[in-house]
Design a protein around this ligand. Sequence first.
Ligand SMILES: C[S@@+](CC[C@H](N)C(=O)[O-])C[C@H]1O[C@@H](n2cnc3c(N)ncnc32)[C@H](O)[C@@H]1O
Length: 195
Amino acid sequence: MNYEDNGFIKRVETDLVKYKCMISAIEVYQLFCYAKKIPKYGVYLEMGSMYGGSLYYARKAIEIARSKAQLISIEVNPQQELIDMIDGHDPVVTLIRGRVENILPLIKDNSIDLIFHDTDIGGNFLKQIIYHCGRILKKEGILIGHDYLKNKDRGFIETKQAVDEFFSGKVRLIEGTILYIASKKEIISAEKVLK
Ligand SMILES: C[S@@+](CC[C@H](N)C(=O)[O-])C[C@H]1O[C@@H](n2cnc3c(N)ncnc32)[C@H](O)[C@@H]1O
C-alpha cells in the first residue's frame, strides 16, 4: 500500500478499484475486524464515505465473513470513485445521497449492527447523531466514530468536545487510533445522564 507521512493511506490499488481512503491503516484494520464480526444478515451503516475507501474495507470484511450483511452509506457529496465502486447495481451496498441529520431520524429503531461515523460533524449536531445511533443500533450494536483528537492539529476539536460532553468524559478509544467506540448500552446510559 501507499502511505502518506502521517500514516494515512494515500491510494489503494487493487484489481477491482482505485480510490482514496481517508482513515489510517490501523483504523482500516480495526474497522475491518469489527465489520467481520457483524452477524449473519446484519446491517453496516457508514456516515461519510467520500471516495469509498472505508466502505470498501467494510465490504471486503463482510464478503470474507460470508455474513451476507447489507451496507448502507449516507453521503451528501459522493465522489465519482464511490459511485463507480457501487456502479448503480451493487447488491449489498445502498448509497443514500443526503445529509445524515435528515436521514438518521428516518431509520428504524434497533435495526443496525455496526455504525461508522466519519462526516466531520461536531458540536450539538454530533450529539444528536450519537443519540440517534443509540436508538437505531441493535441490542449488541456498536458505534465507531472518527476524528476524536486531543488537540487542534487537524481542526476537529469540536468532535472531541461533543463526544466528551455526550459521554461525560467517559470515552473509550481504540488504541493507536482517533476512533471512539461505544455500545448501544453505553450510548443509552450516557444519554440518560445528559437528560
Ligand atoms: C472524511 S470524509 C469520509 C472519508 C471516508 N470515511 C474514508 O475513510 O474513506 C467525510 C465525508 O463526510 C461527508 N459529509 C460531511 N457532512 C455530511 C453530512 N451532514 N451528511 C452526510 N455526509 C456528510 C463529506 O461529503 C465527506 O465526503
